[in-house]
Design a protein around this ligand. Structure first.
Ligand SMILES: [Zn+2]
Length: 339
């Protein structure tokens, strides 16, 4: 598990929140690619540490937390995230492969209702090691309405010494009834120089371009590099849109390719309204000639995104989306200039 030694920008919020929180229910929000999960776990470990101020990483409690076997720490996450984060336990039984390696079951991106009910039962049982208990939901917006409602009473009347962390990118994705019962703390991503310095020490090439592609989140930039994306490839994406050339993009998993198209659409809109693009170099973006087509494209991308776990025909889908996006910057004859 990554710690604040690995991700130095987590040290300050960890120390502040460890000592300063009197509330028992917290919403931690910020970028997954800035270490939201890691910070949630370190905060939980710090509260349970037997040699405060923790986490000391040496006491029996810290060892149990690091081995994912602490009786007073429960982490509830969807199967898909459990796999990605290599988090074991009863909720991490996601995709099952048979002896030939074929996938039988797609890992769920939702937190199961049963998992939430089990967590609530656990929350109201007694503490094992006497330093209280911590329950973490990640990402908390993976709970459906039924699950979120089941949790309300526990948030209002937690057991003795109980703390609950709802970790989420955007708190607005949570039910208002959950939000109103929690104190909010925001994880601020590291400054660009700090993030670039960190990426360089991880051996990531094209750090600046990939950091921009990742919206300033260093772990996400590192992941792009590990997937083989280069700065030059990223910067060429607007050109690929102009030519509706899906060869490179269609080699990506569909959700990743969709996200890239949404980022490109976002930046085309920003640039068309005179705002600063967030993910692409400003000079790489072609002018928008058909604003309405761009808005249609944005809606279509959002619609497809909601169903991104469907077994789409990946390359065909991406090609169709590229062709639609191209219309906004390169409309057919007769529609040019139409707004
Ligand atoms: Zn400790």
């Amino acid at each position: 598990m990554l710690t604040e030694q690995d991700l130095p920008w987590l040290a300050e919020p960890l120390a502040t929140w460890r000592d300063g929180q009197r509330g028992h229910a917290l919403i931690l929000h910020g970028g997954m690619g800035s270490g939201l999960f890691e910070l949630s776990l370190r905060l939980a470990q710090a509260w349970l540490c037997e040699q405060p101020p923790g986490p000391c990483d040496h006491c029996p409690s810290c060892h149990l937390a690091q081995a994912h076997t602490h009786p007073d720490l429960k982490v509830v996450l969807p199967e898909a995230w459990a796999q990605k984060l290599q988090w074991g336990g009863e909720d991490g039984d996601g995709e099952v492969a048979d002896s030939e390696g074929k996938s039988k079951k797609k890992a769920s991106r939702d937190i199961r209702v049963e998992a939430v009910r089990q967590a609530i039962d656990w929350a109201h049982s007694s503490s094992g090691r006497g330093r209280g208990k911590v329950l973490v939901f990640f990402p908390a917006d993976a709970m459906n309405t039924v699950s979120a409602n089941a949790l309300l009473k526990t948030l209002e009347e937690p057991g003795q010494g109980m703390r609950i962390i709802l970790a989420v990118e955007d708190p607005e994705h949570l039910l208002p009834t959950l939000r109103s019962r929690c104190q909010r703390l925001r994880l601020v991503p590291p400054s660009a120089p700090q993030a670039l310095d960190w990426l360089e020490r991880q051996g990531v090439k094209d750090g600046a371009a990939l950091l921009q592609a990742a919206g300033g989140e260093p772990l996400a930039a590192q992941e792009l590099a590990q997937e083989g994306v280069t700065g030059a490839q990223w910067a060429s994406l607007p050109q690929q849109l102009l030519q509706a050339d899906a060869r490179w993009l269609s080699t990506w998993p569909v959700p990743r390719a969709l996200r890239a198209l949404q980022q490109l659409c976002h930046d085309l809109m920003a640039s068309a309204t005179g705002a600063t693009p967030r993910y692409f170099p400003a000079d790489s973006l072609p002018p928008v000639t058909d604003w309405r087509a761009l808005a249609d494209w944005s809606r279509e991308l959002a619609r497809v995104q909601r169903h991104a776990d469907h077994p789409w025909q990946g390359p065909l889908l991406i090609e169709a989306l590229l062709t639609q996006g191209r219309l906004a910057i390169h409309p057919p004859a007769g529609r040019r200039g139409y707004t």
